[in-house]
Write a protein of this length. Structure first.
Ligand code: S3P
Length: 451
């Protein structure tokens, strides 16, 4: 049963109709960039200093994994971390199973790192991560020379049999996935010669940007309508300073809350504006949102700006499938905006949402239906019929170990006619540990069981 009015998990939270949200706030560090900063620091020679690291459960798992693999990883202040790396190919065999918790990015990228080490290691994770497909990385990495023993369906726990003799490949992406591209490039660091990835649709390029920042040669060019990314293997990576920008995928929840709660005006400071991540903001602008980027700047190779939004009416739109890669994590929160917009919002090309931390397409459709919204769920499409005003609400939604489902329905509850609950708020800590506290400082009425 998807939505249970009597759910009794200790981590349950309920969002109530709130007055205007107001204020200026930073958003937590980018999760994708935080994982990569720790991994590249561990593969570099010398000291890497990271500022603005996201200190969430997912990223702390990657920090622990890098420590288990022989890097020296130290927290020196709020969001400030220092990594002393072991060099490409210089990691050491971990003494125990590496547990990556809820983190698909941690699991897929670290698999790429381990593929090129001359030892075996075992990866596991929570129930959500153990249900997610790993074949997308094991197939190309096996072609390079690594070995894998997985549970049925190529799922974790998984043993990685690393090889100190990896061969370069040309990998043609079969799914638009930055995690897969990154795993192949990370393995390619260990192989002699050139490792290439061919993408039909460009996915987030944080790995390419950071590889260059640490001293690797990465070329990007066009080839028969596709993008070809080529890494020259076996570079000497050197420790660097990394400034982590605010995560646009976390900013998304605050932005939609600021657009939906009547009378709100919110400024989000230092949000990453990498053009391969900003699909949601483009879509919201097409829906008529009053949303502006200000104070544009560049932080450590990534474009950054302040995002200012004022609440107002939204209209339904058609979101092109080609935009999916640039907003893949943002469909759940877009669906909440669509539920309050006038007219229908059509979202296509969503097949990948079925294999995220939960089946997000199913979870959004079930949760919205329980909140009184009319939706049409297809295999890889979602149509949300908005009523031009907030929906009835009044349901408790099952979060299925998925932080983005949890935060999305809390945002919907701030405007719904009746409160919206989630059965378990603990997954929020995987990406946005201070979400509830921060929302409350802006004026949101979110309550735990004890409140
Ligand atoms: C990520 C890539 C995306 C995204 C995930 C982070 C990354 O996953 O959903 O949250 O940091 O590379 P896919 O590669 O599966 O699309």
């Amino acid at each position: 049963m998807a939505d249970d009015q009597s759910a009794a998990n200790v981590g349950g939270l309920t969002a109530h109709e709130s007055g205007p949200l107001a204020g200026s706030t930073e958003v937590p560090g980018d999760k994708s960039i935080s994982h990569r900063a720790l991994m590249f620091g561990a593969l570099a020679v010398g000291e890497t200093q990271i500022e603005g690291l996201l200190e969430s459960d997912d990223v702390l798992r990657t920090a622990a994994a890098m420590t288990a693999l022989g890097a020296e990883v130290k927290r020196t202040g709020d969001g400030r971390w220092q990594v002393w790396g072991r060099g490409v190919g210089g990691l050491r065999e971990p003494e125990d199973v590496i547990d990556l918790g809820n983190s698909g990015t941690g699991a897929r990228l670290i698999t790429g790192v381990l593929a090129g080490q001359g030892f075996n290691s075992v990866l596991t994770g929570d129930a959500s991560l153990r249900s997610r497909p790993m074949a997308r990385v094991t197939v190309p990495l096996a072609k390079m020379g690594a070995g894998f023993v997985c549970r049925s369906g190529e799922r974790l726990p998984m043993m990685v049999m690393g090889s100190a003799d990896l061969q370069p490949i040309v990998h043609e992406q079969t799914v638009a996935s930055a995690q897969v591209k990154s795993a192949v490039l990370l393995a390619g660091l260990h192989a002699p010669g050139e490792t290439s990835v061919l993408e039909d649709v460009a996915t987030r390029d944080h790995t390419e940007r950071m590889l260059r920042h640490f001293g690797a040669a990465v070329a990007v060019g066009a080839e028969s309508g596709r993008q070809r990314i080529t890494l020259t293997g076996q570079p000497e990576l050197a420790g660097r300073q990394v400034q982590v920008p605010g995560d646009p995928s976390s900013a998304a929840f605050l932005a939609v809350a600021g657009l939906l709660v009547p009378g709100s005006e919110v400024r989000l400071v230092g949000v990453g504006r990498n053009p391969l991540r900003t699909g949601l903001f483009e879509t919201l602008a097409e829906m008529g949102a009053d949303l502006q980027w200000e104070a544009m700047r560049n932080d450590g190779g990534e474009p950054v700006g302040d995002l200012v939004m004022r609440a107002g009416p939204l209209q339904g739109v058609e979101v092109p499938a080609a935009r999916a890669a640039a907003m893949i994590d943002e469909y759940p929160i877009l669906a909440m905006a669509a539920a309050c917009a006038s007219g229908s919002t059509v979202m296509r090309g969503l097949g990948e949402l079925r294999v995220k931390e939960s089946d997000r397409l199913g979870a959004v459709a079930r949760g919205l239906t329980a909140c009184g919204v009319t939706v049409e769920e297809g295999e890889d499409t979602l149509v949300v019929h908005g009523g031009g005003r907030p929906p009835p609400g009044g349901a408790t939604v099952r979060t299925d170990l998925d932080h983005r489902i949890a935060m999305s329905f809390l945002v919907l509850g701030l405007v719904s006619q009746n409160p919206v609950g989630i059965d378990d708020g603990t997954p929020i800590a995987t990406s946005f540990p201070n979400f509830v506290a921060l929302m409350k400082t802006l004026g949101a009425d979110i309550r735990g069981r004890a409140d």
